[in-house]
Design a protein around this ligand. Structure first.
Ligand SMILES: [Zn+2]
Length: 258
């Protein structure tokens, strides 16, 4: 089986506190070789590093402030983030972006936090790990402004339309697809749009413990990657084929491997 990289693992989430090792072992049985450990705020960094240090060849880490936590950013916090990036040398900056669905931080706070983290990614020449929900117009406007100076951009958990996908691909973004494709009520546009993602730009992710595919929800979170092995529906075998034959992005050494 192809060696998958799950590009979005929220392993610091409390739901993993009793069984993380089992979850990881099961994911490895399902073919996942590497995991990108996401950071939503600075308090995630230490626990993420504890996991990473157990097997550094297996884990990539990000460092950044999720838009839900944008309200926490002030000059002092920003300085701490700069220092944390310098000290920990993460593989990517994020997750950062805009989320107007839940609006846990204000519009202004989110814009400010997003732009400041883009500047960090530019200054450190690190990839940006991006989150966008219900905010495409503002998000793409900001991204366009800085795009040419950003090393690489990963738009994770893409659930949007063909137009939005075109905007991202025009900026040369990598696109992360989750178990959302298994949600028959919400996936119609997405299933059409993903057929237009070039193999070299397609990434897979669980965004675990979130976005568990509906068709395996009863079986528990540890099976979160196996939906890519499902049969019986046009999209899933296509996705397996694409992933199996295509390239997986390795943020550690900048190479694209097949
Ligand atoms: Zn996200």
């Amino acid at each position: 089986m192809a060696g998958f990289v799950d590009i979005a693992c929220n392993f610091t989430h409390e739901s993993f506190k009793d069984d993380l090792e089992t979850v990881i072992a099961n994911a490895e049985i399902a073919g996942v070789e590497k995991f990108v450990l996401l950071c939503a705020s600075l308090k995630d960094l230490d626990p993420i590093k504890v996991i990473q240090n157990k097997a550094p060849e297996k884990y990539f880490i990000s460092a950044g402030i999720h838009p839900h936590h944008a309200s926490e950013i002030n000059d002092e916090y920003l300085k701490k983030l700069h220092d944390a990036v310098n000290i920990n040398n993460p593989h990517a900056i994020g997750e950062t972006g805009l989320d107007f669905f839940r609006n846990l931080s204000t519009y202004e706070e989110q814009i400010y936090a997003f732009e400041e983290q883009i500047k960090i990614a530019i200054n450190t020449n690190k990839p940006l790990f991006l989150h966008q929900r219900d905010s495409h117009n503002d998000f793409i406007k900001i991204l366009r402004k800085y795009s040419s100076d950003i090393n690489r951009k990963i738009v994770h958990c893409f659930t949007g339309t063909q137009e939005q996908l075109d905007d991202y691909l025009e900026l040369d973004c990598f696109i992360g697809i989750t178990g959302w494709i298994c949600d028959a009520k919400r996936n119609i546009e997405l299933r059409n749009a993903i057929k237009g993602i070039p193999l070299s730009k397609l990434m897979i992710e669980t965004d675990c413990p979130y976005l568990l595919p509906k068709n395996i929800a009863k079986q528990g979170k540890s099976l979160a990657l196996e939906y890519f092995n499902e049969d019986g529906d046009g999209v899933y075998p296509m996705t397996v084929q694409i992933v199996g034959k295509g390239s997986l992005y390795d943020p550690n050494n900048e190479k694209v491997r097949s």
